[in-house]
Design a protein around this ligand. Structure first.
Ligand SMILES: *Cc1c(COP(=O)(O)O)cnc(C)c1O
Length: 396
């Protein structure tokens, strides 16, 4: 007998429920701000990727509204047919200048950017070597290629060296890494990775979703932070959805990269261009971060304060180096229970377990933003202290 759709749905859902993996997203009842409402309760929001507080920034919204009125609600077509408006190309020039790269191209999202760029550049006979903790969109992007795929141990240049040495090829060799890893908040050791890559003639591909707007001068990103932004053997991709507060993905690098992607990247060729309001908001966001350094200063002040205070209370923040601040609970039940109790205390922070993070390393991931006040963070710390003691995660 042929399987029916209701059977497929109910079996899949039952399987997830049994494994404790069934999720239903929490709903924010306000714009995404440092203080929001969840389940009718006012909470400090430690769950967003809104690093600079740009998602609801008045100047950014004003530019979005202006572009909406002038250029319309939608772009009307894919970029290569009739969807490229003056504002799309202006923004890409602005982005390439900001990044100090020969070219930049914007795609629908960070997720589709990895699919488009990896799917375009890597061909049969090529070798791609990927960090074991790379983001799901990189893993899916690599599934689209017929290149030989290998994994190296997380942020381990010696293991990368070994993998490259063991897999010679005359094709293109590419090393792929996140700039900042989204679960632990650690920064890839790019200097050493690029050194090893170069020794083997490999190019380095950096997904900087969590480094853009966070690291480097004016938020130019992890590649800038390490001084490689003009290198021709480095490709930067990233998202416009996190620190930049809106939506979108980009690829920036060699002057010819843009031209090839325009011709080959399938998510670019077959998916409609960003609506004008998105482009307006992004353009205002890039201007704002360069004009006003206080956003990044507040982001990093808050990050240092929050991490130091959590450590003082006895929590394990897992060596994070960035505003991504995990708090280790070990077993998923403990992390999920802590997340529920924090919500009761007015703190919105999400618990993560396997398969999002390795077994035994379930955690709550907090993301500090420029928008949090000291009051917000102190409120969160008091809640953490109470919940941590009640669950026996910290002493006292
Ligand atoms: C969030 C994220 C993406 C996806 O970006 P979107 O713009 O949200 O699609 C890609 N790569 C990494 C490393 C990310 O953290």
């Amino acid at each position: 007998m042929t399987l029916t759709l209701p059977e497929r749905l109910s079996r899949e859902l039952a399987g997830l429920r049994e494994q404790g993996l069934l999720i239903s997203p929490r709903v924010l009842e306000t714009a995404n701000r440092a203080r929001t409402r969840v389940d009718g309760r006012d909470v400090v929001n430690l769950a967003s990727n809104n690093y600079l507080g740009f998602a609801d920034h008045p100047e950014i919204k004003a530019r979005a509204a202006e572009y909406l009125h002038t250029w319309g609600a939608g772009a009307g077509a894919v970029r290569t047919i009739a969807g490229t408006l003056t504002i799309h190309e202006d923004f890409e020039r602005q982005l390439a200048e900001f990044k100090h790269t020969g070219s930049a191209l914007v795609l629908g999202s960070g997720f589709t950017t990895n699919q488009g760029v990896l799917g375009t550049l890597l061909q049969p006979g090529d070798l791609v070597v990927s960090d074991e903790l790379n983001h799901a969109s990189i893993i899916d992007g690599l599934r689209l290629t017929k290149a030989t795929k290998k994994i190296y141990r997380h942020s381990d240049p010696d293991d990368l060296d070994r993998v490259l040495a063991e897999n010679p090829t005359d094709g293109l060799k590419m090393v792929v890494t996140d700039g900042v890893f989204s679960m632990d908040g650690d920064i890839a050791p790019l200097g050493r990775l690029i050194e090893v890559a170069r020794k083997h003639g490999a190019v380095t591909y950096v997904d900087d979703a969590h480094g853009s707007g966070v690291l480097g001068e004016a938020g130019r990103g992890t590649v800038h932070h390490f001084g490689f932004e003009t290198a021709e053997d480095v490709i930067q991709v990233g998202t416009l959805s996190k620190a930049w507060g809106v939506v979108g993905g980009y690829a920036a690098g060699h002057a010819d990269l843009r031209q090839l992607l325009i011709n080959r990247a399938r998510p670019y060729l077959f998916s409609t261009a960003h609506p004008p309001a998105v482009v307006g908001a992004l353009s205002a966001a890039l201007e704002l971060v360069q004009r006003d350094p206080s956003f990044m200063e507040r982001l990093w002040d808050n990050t240092r304060f929050f991490k130091a205070e959590l450590a003082r209370l006895g929590f394990d923040t897992m060596g994070s180096q960035t505003p991504i601040t995990p708090v280790l609970f070990g077993e998923p039940e403990a992390a999920f229970e802590a997340s529920r109790r924090l919500l009761d205390e007015g703190v919105f922070a999400v618990g993560l377990g396997f398969p999002t993070v390795p077994r035994g390393q379930a955690r709550i991931r907090n993301i500090v933003t420029a928008e949090h006040t000291r009051d917000d963070l102190e409120h969160a710390l008091t809640a953490y202290e109470r919940v941590g003691r009640a669950l026996g995660v910290i002493g006292g």
